[in-house]
Design a protein around this ligand. Structure first.
Ligand SMILES: [Zn+2]
Ligand SMILES: [Zn+2]
Length: 146
């Protein structure tokens, strides 16, 4: 009895008989099961990754970065040099901006608001309450435009 007889020989001999056919079917089923397992685990992995991505990335704050808000130009409003132009109205609290009140000017659209009003607003929004223009053009937007 030769121990070197390769298993492949047996396969060739039993080719097309029931044993070989059932072996092929078994292999096919195995392959299918493995493939199915791989696909479902991949799906699971991808799905979980997307979930964890959502969970891990901190919830995007709806408002503007407080540092950027603080960096907005702030000054005391003065009516001097404005002639007959009526006092500007703060669109947030709907009251007039009076002489000597602290105001902030949005650098992009140049709209004027009370400092406290716009700071509260920008905790929740990133756009001008009047014209909806972005308060600050983010570096990301600049890159997209290039
Ligand atoms: Zn106001
Ligand atoms: Zn504006």
């Amino acid at each position: 009895m030769s121990t070197t007889s390769p298993v492949a020989d047996q396969h060739v001999k039993t080719c097309c008989n029931f044993a070989a056919t059932s072996q092929i079917i078994a292999i096919a089923i195995c392959a299918f099961v493995i493939l199915y397992a791989i696909i479902s685990s991949l799906r699971c992995f991808l799905g979980r990754r997307m979930e964890t991505d959502n969970m891990l990335s901190p919830p995007e704050p709806p408002g503007l970065n407080p540092t950027l808000v603080a960096a907005l130009p702030m000054y005391r409003y003065t009516h001097q040099g404005r002639g007959d132009v009526p006092e500007p109205e703060c669109a947030i609290c709907l009251s007039e901006v009076n002489e000597g009140e602290e105001v902030k000017l949005l650098p992009v659209c140049m709209h004027l608001f009370h400092k406290d009003c716009i700071e509260l607003w920008l905790e929740k929004k990133r756009t001008c309450p009047v014209c909806r223009t972005g308060v600050i053009q983010s570096p990301g937007q600049d890159q997209e435009m290039q």
